[in-house]
Design a protein around this ligand. Structure first.
Ligand code: ZN
Length: 258
């Protein structure tokens, strides 16, 4: 198979506008099963540790929210699906809040921000790891790395890797740019920290010719569109690139917090 889709999620099954309904997420996994896609982790993908005779797919979750553990993890287990969870290493004690009127986010509680999004803790992540899920880094504090001074970049990138490795006693191989922001300096520091690949928020399929540090992903809600992306991945249609260009506006991020 030439193209492997990487999907990304954020909150699952919370209330308000900034979450994906648990039933919709379940529908995604039903479609994967129906179309015989096999979910692998992001590090399996970038290190080539997967069976290329299967139709493979990667499911990723950004921000390490506790609803990923409480709502998505049981559904992933039910469908025997692996996934990668990108954790903000310095946010264990941080609960984020959403303003349902503006769909905006805050890293602390303030007026109008009424929906809490607590973070996973070490023991939650340990359970994910025990089940074969991957833990990756989403920086220390979720700031835009392209706007971060070089001396602080090392804390965000090396620091988050060391922090998660110390907490869990495993190698952390995968990185995900907060809010999809990066530049050449960020890329070179991520590579020199020993990560093996990184995820962006640009839509696009993974292919072997791609730089593993700039992997595209799809942010999809509607099951029909989710199905269409999978069908495109399996197809050798020569007009594929045009199709992808055509659907890009549909995939535009509405959520600046990712
Ligand atoms: Zn994020």
């Amino acid at each position: 198979m030439a193209r492997i889709p990487i999907f990304y999620y954020h909150s699952i099954g919370n209330i308000g506008p900034e979450t994906l309904a648990a039933n919709t997420f379940r529908k995604h996994l039903e479609i994967l099963k129906e179309l015989e896609f096999k979910p692998i982790t992001f590090s399996q993908l970038i290190t080539g540790q997967y069976d290329s005779t299967h139709k493979n797919v990667v499911l990723t979750f950004d921000d390490g929210l506790i609803d990923n553990y409480e709502r998505a993890f049981p559904i992933l287990q039910e469908f025997c699906c692996k996934a990668t969870f990108f954790i903000i290493a310095g946010f264990d004690k941080v609960t984020r809040w959403v303003n349902p009127k503006t769909s905006s986010w805050s890293d602390y509680k303030r007026q109008g921000f009424t929906i809490p999004f607590p973070s996973m803790q070490n023991h939650h992540r340990e359970e994910l790891i025990k089940y074969g899920m991957e833990i990756g880094s989403h920086s220390m504090s979720h700031r835009k790395l392209n706007k971060t001074p070089p001396d602080h970049l090392k804390k965000e990138i090396f620091g988050s890797k060391n922090c998660l490795e110390d907490s869990h006693g495993i190698e952390i191989s995968s990185f995900c740019f907060p809010k999809g922001r990066y530049n050449k300096t960020v890329l070179s520091i991520v590579e020199s920290a020993g990560f093996k690949g990184a995820c962006t928020t640009m839509p696009g399929f993974y292919s072997l010719s791609e730089n593993p540090f700039e992997c595209g992903r799809f942010l999809i809600e509607k099951p029909q569109l989710f199905r269409r992306i999978l069908e495109l991945a399996s197809s050798n249609n020569p007009i594929f690139e045009n199709t992808l260009t055509a659907i890009r506006p549909l995939l535009k991020l509405k959520n600046s917090y990712l």
